[in-house]
Ligand binder design. Structure first.
Ligand code: ZN
Length: 456
């Protein structure tokens, strides 16, 4: 008898599972159709980019962005919208930077910009022989005997052989983050860093740098990749070149700012929270369209799509516009602090901060059992272009939640164009494609729908 019952039960389970799968396919199609037909992310992004523009932490425009997204979350149908107050750094670029290379009695102007947190040269600027290094090892070998009194040019090329451009970015990124203090430890008076970009053009790319308090705080600028190529060629001819630059950046006291939070209260387990977010602040050279206006607007869209399709999440779904990802991550830290203080249970947190390009997958930072649960749903994403679940990291705003055991993830869009525009004057609304942006929101909403329905 048992021999007959076991296959029968297995058959029933298979039937039930496939009924659930087809029910899910229908709901998922509904979500997708809603976003691709009536999605608001693109128009919301236009407003953020064109009416507000850059939103560097601590600035008046960052505050305007807080107010604007507060309204957008209400319009999206959130049950409640509120702010989480936090202190953020307030770095100011100052007047437009200038710089040039001097040789054979001629001046060759450079395309350059201060790195975030860099202190200024003062209006007089600095002027010194320039020396190129392409690794920290090389810098160490040259030592104080060669470096003292010079301007160090860090020519760390993003490795073009990596298909995952983020890998190249983090490898070369040490020149931007640590280069100034490294060079200062050998007596350099300033640094020029090759922009972290995967293309070659005339736009310098800014981004955060950090001083090590043990060494003098010397000014740090980024030069465009075209300038870096040109300068490197000249230096390889053993030319004696002098570099000059002027930047007037400075740091003001920390300022009060906010994370913006909108939520749909869970119908069965309101105390279990699912977070979806991006960061509201941006660098100041452009509109912060792909970094990270797109992630912010996709997160609002997830909430809107759930509401518009009549899905009533069992758990509380929160869209969070994090403040200050670019310059220290104070908003992400505050979010964790409040989650701990309020003894909240955070089941899952999803971030979108890799550009609004065609979605390819999700990177999952969670237990093996949770990863295998999510990958069982793989086929449900195929119609919407997502197939890659191999990444094992998550974003820097949701990342702090790992401390309280939250399963974290990040949307993985195609990364080939991101570093052409990242932190540069070209990160503008015109470089975002509506279909790609909305398809990212579709997949984010699908993942949240499934995790809410089946748990994790
Ligand atoms: Zn970002």
């Amino acid at each position: 008898m048992l021999k007959k019952i076991v296959p029968f039960i297995a058959f029933i389970f298979c039937c039930l599972a496939s009924i659930a799968q087809s029910e899910d396919s229908i709901t998922i199609k509904k979500i997708s159709d809603e976003v691709l037909t009536n999605g608001k992310a693109y128009e919301n992004l236009r407003f953020l980019c064109k009416k507000i523009g850059q939103r560097i932490s601590g600035s008046p425009s960052a505050q305007k962005a807080v107010e604007a997204t507060f309204e957008m979350l209400k319009d999206a149908g959130a049950d409640t919208v509120y702010l989480q107050q936090c202190k953020v750094p307030h770095w100011v670029r100052g007047i437009k930077e200038t710089g040039f290379i001097q040789f054979a009695g001629q001046k060759y102007p450079l395309h350059l910009c201060s790195l975030g947190n860099s202190l200024g040269t003062g209006l007089k600027g600095i002027n010194a022989p320039v020396i190129e290094v392409s690794s920290f090892k090389q810098l160490d070998q040259l030592g104080a005997a060669i470096i003292k009194g010079k301007i160090v040019f860090f020519n760390f090329v993003m490795n073009p052989t990596y298909v995952q451009t983020f890998r190249a970015y983090s490898e070369s990124g040490i020149s931007r983050w640590q280069g100034a203090s490294k060079a200062a430890s050998y007596g350099a008076i300033g640094v020029m860093v090759r922009s972290l970009a995967s293309n070659t053009d005339n736009y310098p790319h800014t981004g955060a740098m950090k001083y090590n308090d043990s060494f003098p705080k010397i000014p740090a600028v980024a030069i465009s990749t075209n300038d870096a190529e040109w300068l490197s060629r000249k230096l390889k001819l053993r030319m004696q070149l002098t570099a000059s630059f002027t930047n007037t950046s400075f740091v003001l006291p920390d300022t009060t700012s906010y994370n913006v939070v909108g939520e749909i209260r869970g119908s069965e387990f309101p105390k279990e929270i699912i977070t979806v977010g991006g960061h509201l602040d941006s660098w100041d050279l452009a509109e912060g369209a792909n970094d990270d206006g797109t992630g912010v607007m996709q997160s609002i869209e997830v909430l809107r799509a759930l509401k518009a399709t009549g899905i009533k999440p069992k758990r509380t779904v929160r869209a969070v516009m994090f403040m200050d990802e670019e310059n220290g991550g104070r908003g992400g830290d505050k979010y964790l602090e409040l989650a701990e203080k309020n003894k909240e249970t955070h089941l899952f947190a999803l971030e979108s901060d890799a550009g609004g390009f065609t979605p390819r997958g999700f990177s999952l930072e969670m237990s093996e059992a949770q990863i295998s649960k999510i990958t069982q749903w793989k086929d449900l994403f195929l119609n919407y272009g997502v197939y890659d679940f191999t990444g094992r990291s998550s974003g820097s705003d949701v990342g702090p939640l790992r401390k309280i055991g939250t399963a974290c993830a990040e949307l993985v869009p195609d990364s080939q164009r991101y570093f052409d525009i990242h932190h540069a004057a070209t990160d503008v609304f015109e470089n975002v494609n509506k279909r790609e942006l909305h398809l990212g929101a579709v997949n984010m909403a699908i993942l949240i729908y499934l995790i809410d329905k089946y748990g994790l």
